[in-house]
Design a protein. Structure first.
Length: 350
């Protein structure tokens, strides 16, 4: 099932966890979908200017309760955190109950499915509201056959040397740059935060393994007639825990081009001493070789995550990676995506 989320007046629920890292999902939605956010729900920060917590979200009000927010006419509450373990924190439950009692729908990316909660499900039914557990893809039984190769859309997949290296951000920023350049470009969401930003997609890491590549194929077919699609990557081909979803997206979407995302300060997968991150040049070769039996896609650029580095250290890192790989290299946030998009366009001849 490809999720379609029609809501355009969102309340982002962060209750006590508002912050760039503690509410990463909410912060991402505020960054990439600000026109659809009417407020933040967080009693601990209510009344404060949001820019004192999130610098790029100026003007968004913070409310202490659902009742206080109703003048802004919200149509859904979006849970803006992704806590370890994936359960709904108890302090947030009262806001969810209040929202459902006011007929507001719920958009959740938690591992714990809220629609399976008897109290919440009953409240949703009684008040004609919906609970969207975007991590629940429903019954997908599609076996991939490489049909993504037959679409008009040119496909660009963001891949990574590790998890959490900026694959979603790189895809979103390249899509934005492509649209500004006049291209018919679309972002294809494959994870819960991406779905909340774009309003549609499949959280592929919750699809049964036999059908994960098929889910990727379904997503590409959904935008088959567009000019260019940037597919949000997941996991990493060298990660011992998450390589399965990475390989599935590679084969399911059959990318024409890949942009590899990298954090130069990352040495170990999950800080496990026996799981070193392989050199980027080696990983580039592996990605291309694994894709080659199905499709001749190439890694055309490197998106580098330099957050936390000084400007000088970031510049030196970009130079070193460009020299090591021989590829155009940029930080999508610090230096922009022009270099990355140019490499994509040159390779695809568009």
């Amino acid at each position: 099932m490809i999720f379609e989320l029609p809501y355009r007046r969102l309340l982002i629920l962060t209750e006590g966890r508002l912050g760039v890292f503690s509410a990463k999902t909410g912060a991402a939605v505020l960054r990439y979908r600000p026109q659809d956010v009417v407020g933040v729900l967080d009693s601990e920060h209510a009344g404060k200017p949001i820019e004192s917590v999130l610098g790029d979200a100026a003007g968004v009000p913070i409310f202490a309760s659902v009742a206080e927010s109703l003048s802004r006419e919200p149509d859904a509450v979006l849970i803006g955190i992704a806590p370890t373990g994936g359960a709904l924190p108890e302090p947030m439950r009262r806001h969810i109950v209040d929202a459902l009692n006011h007929g507001l729908s719920i958009v959740s990316g938690l591992h714990t499915l809220l629609a399976d909660d008897p109290e919440l499900a009953e409240l949703a039914e009684r008040n004609n509201a919906r609970i969207h557990d975007v991590r629940d893809p429903g019954p997908i039984h599609r076996i991939a056959r490489g049909s993504a190769r037959n679409t008009r859309a040119k496909r660009v997949l963001t891949i990574g040397t590790d998890c959490s290296v900026g694959k979603m951000v790189a895809a979103l920023e390249m899509r934005r740059a492509a649209v500004e350049a006049g291209l018919d470009a679309v972002f294809v969401a494959t994870g819960q935060t991406g779905i909340m930003i774009e309003g549609w997609g499949i959280a592929v890491d919750h699809v049964l393994s036999d059908f994960t590549a098929g889910a990727g194929e379904m997503l590409v077919e959904h935008v088959a007639d567009r000019q260019l699609c940037f597919v949000e990557g997941q996991g990493s081909i060298g990660h011992p825990g998450y390589s399965g979803v990475t390989l599935s997206l590679l084969h399911g979407t059959c990318p024409d081009a890949m942009v590899i995302c990298h954090r130069p300060d990352r040495r170990l997968h999950n800080d496990w001493p026996d799981c070193p991150v392989a050199p980027i040049a080696q990983q580039i070769a592996i990605y291309e070789q694994v894709l080659a039996p199905l499709h001749p896609g190439k890694v055309v650029a490197v998106a580098v995550h330099t957050a936390g580095m000084t400007a000088g250290a970031a510049d030196e890192s970009l130079r070193a990676i460009a020299e090591e790989t021989g590829l155009p290299t940029a930080d999508p946030i610090r230096t922009g995506c022009g270099t990355l998009l140019d490499a994509v366009r040159q390779h695809l001849a568009i």
